[in-house]
Design a binder for this molecule. Sequence first.
Ligand code: SF4
Length: 400
Amino acid sequence: MYPDRVVSGMRPTGAMHLGHYHGALKNWIRMQSEQHCLFFVADWHALTTHYDDPGIVERSTWDMVVDWLAAGIDPSQATIFIQSRVPEHAELHLLLSMATPLGWLERVPTYRDQIENLATKDLATYGFLGYPLLQAADVLIYRASEVPVGEDQLPHVEMMREIARRFNHIYGKEKGFEEKALEAVRKLGSKRAKLYLELRTDYQQDGKDEALEQARAMLEDAGSLSNIDRERLFGYLEGSRKLILVEPQAILTESSRLPGLDGRKMSKSYGNAIGLREDRASVVKKIRTMPTDPARVRRTDAGDPKRCPVWQLHEVYSDQPTRDWVVKGCTSAGIGCIECKQPVIDGVLAEQEPMQERAQQYLDDPSLVRAIVADGCDKARRLAQETMRDVREAMGISYT
Ligand code: SF4
């Protein structure tokens, strides 16, 4: 079978902040030493929503790679590349689009959510509708075994699995296999044969896992089958013996959420973010002027950390003795808010310091970043080309 691979990408639509670091990059850093990881700058994905402002995509792409390297992504362990530099993604996207029902794309929940959330943009475009299919191509082209995702992305991975299954079903048949399988189906007897074929369709076309389970159980019980026929029917149930695209597993990432300066989710559009490599003076100023418990108007008023966004940052950056000091000092008005914020400032700066240091060499010599990306693109492209050879052959368009 294919080696374990993890594929994940990020859209270059602006500067990265510490919320990205805690939400995704820390997971990437952990995974890169465990499996072969391919991390890509999803510039085509960025264009699906920023097609009218491509400048931001270009600017953010290189900054994003520097941010990844600064955060600790190690190019000697992980493959770092830019999506559009591996045009095979687009080819697979196109070929998959031939057999992907429109309804599969329209029912992806994030499609409707995004259209509503970004009401000021015209997203009734062909590219935006195809976004999840492009995502499927990004992953399937590397025959990835795993995709790290947040909960909101689970339907996308489910769709990738359905697309791979459908592709294998339509294009993965082996010579003579189908005839032998159908002969074995007949041996089940007419009633069970009919049920088997119905369950197979339910599983392959609609992705119903329970149909697969039911059909497998029926085959286990079918005394009329020889072992070899039973094996054939297990294989036929899942499509064919020839697996061209691999169904990836979603790995739900436990992302520690870093709240923004106002307690809401950290986001550039809320204006509550701290940049991954933001300069020291600006970080100090931002945290010093953060809102606190609104009930604590004067220094002598007692406060409640649960109503204070600073406390949420203490939960990420402070150790237990410091947190105890905050709770005691806040609820008794024993400490002032500026005093309380200092350990958070120290924690954020300590986290950023090694990132600033690592980033410096790449800022001093941008050709290093270009070389890392060029190398990553080459590696990714070789893997993508292997898959595309098989895909073209299976679809009858290799013309050799
Ligand atoms: S003392 Fe700390 S936790 Fe309490 S209101 Fe001030 S900043 Fe918030």
